[in-house]
Design a protein around this ligand. Structure first.
Ligand code: GTB
Length: 232
């Protein structure tokens, strides 16, 4: 039986691959595992049936036989541990790849999300300009550090790994803010990842959900108009 994941029935990002099911789809494509997708609405996510899978009432979830998982990082790690292609065989290299997974989610993603949340939810506030400076600086510090570490390499530590997969999804959360342009090697890193056939398949599949779903009342501002202010 293929694994089943959950994704937004109507993603607020309009299929730009920013919702976290994209990480799981991409990982499954990288390791060549088939999967099924159960689409859930915002209200269904908060129902007991979904909360039994995900205590916080979110997507993505992952079901495989008796196993039910939540948290995109844990799901990607599980896939990478079960199937070849996302973690090196060498024990030390494997440990370093896992360190990059944690770095993506614990060190690089938080300042990016804080910045993007503030822009989305607080940019009309009189104090926003001052706060924005601090938040922008925090992101630039991390990007500069990451850029310095990546240097001229293709990937963060040798071959492409689950660490790169998560890092690229995190960097893509910068969205329309062109700050990444200040770090040409990071731009090239993201572009290189987006060229991977597995990435393209995952992206196309999540985009197809949006393009084939019925129009709704979303506005150009996105999540805050759609009842999902908990995370973007
Ligand atoms: N830490 C968890 C994980 O990594 O799995 C976080 C999961 C999470 O935030 N899920 C979001 C969700 O279910 C969707 S991905 N939100 C609904 C809710 O909380 O009620 C976050 C997301 C949403 C939208 C965009 N976007 O529009 O660009 C990007 C990312």
């Amino acid at each position: 039986m293929p694994a089943t994941i959950t994704a937004f029935a109507r993603s607020p990002d309009r299929g730009r691959g920013l919702a976290r099911d994209m990480r799981v789809r991409w990982a499954l494509e990288e390791v060549g595992q088939p999967y099924e997708v159960r689409l859930v609405s915002f209200s269904e996510m908060k129902e007991p049936a979904h909360r039994a899978l995900h205590p916080f009432g979110q997507i993505p979830t992952y079901e495989e036989g008796d196993l039910a998982l939540f948290e995109s990082g844990a799901i990607v790690l599980h896939i990478a541990q079960r199937h070849a292609g996302l973690l090196p065989d060498d024990a030390n290299a494997r440990a370093r790849a896992v360190a990059w997974m944690f770095a993506a989610l614990n060190t690089v993603e938080p300042p990016i999300l804080e910045n993007r949340f503030a822009w989305m939810l607080e940019r009309d506030q009189p104090w926003y300009a001052q706060r924005q400076q601090v938040l922008d600086d925090r992101v630039r510090v991390r990007l500069a550090e990451l850029s310095g570490r990546l240097g001229d390499a293709q990937w963060l530590d040798g071959a492409f790994s689950a660490g790169d997969l998560l890092m690229v999804t995190v960097l893509r959360r910068l969205g329309a803010w062109p700050v990444l342009d200040e770090y040409p090697n990071l731009c090239a890193y993201v572009a290189r990842a987006e060229e991977r056939p597995a990435y393209k398949r995952a992206f196309d599949d999540q985009l197809a959900v949006f393009t084939t779903s019925a129009p709704d009342t979303l506005t150009g501002k996105g999540l805050e108009k759609n009842g999902d202010s908990s995370d973007v």
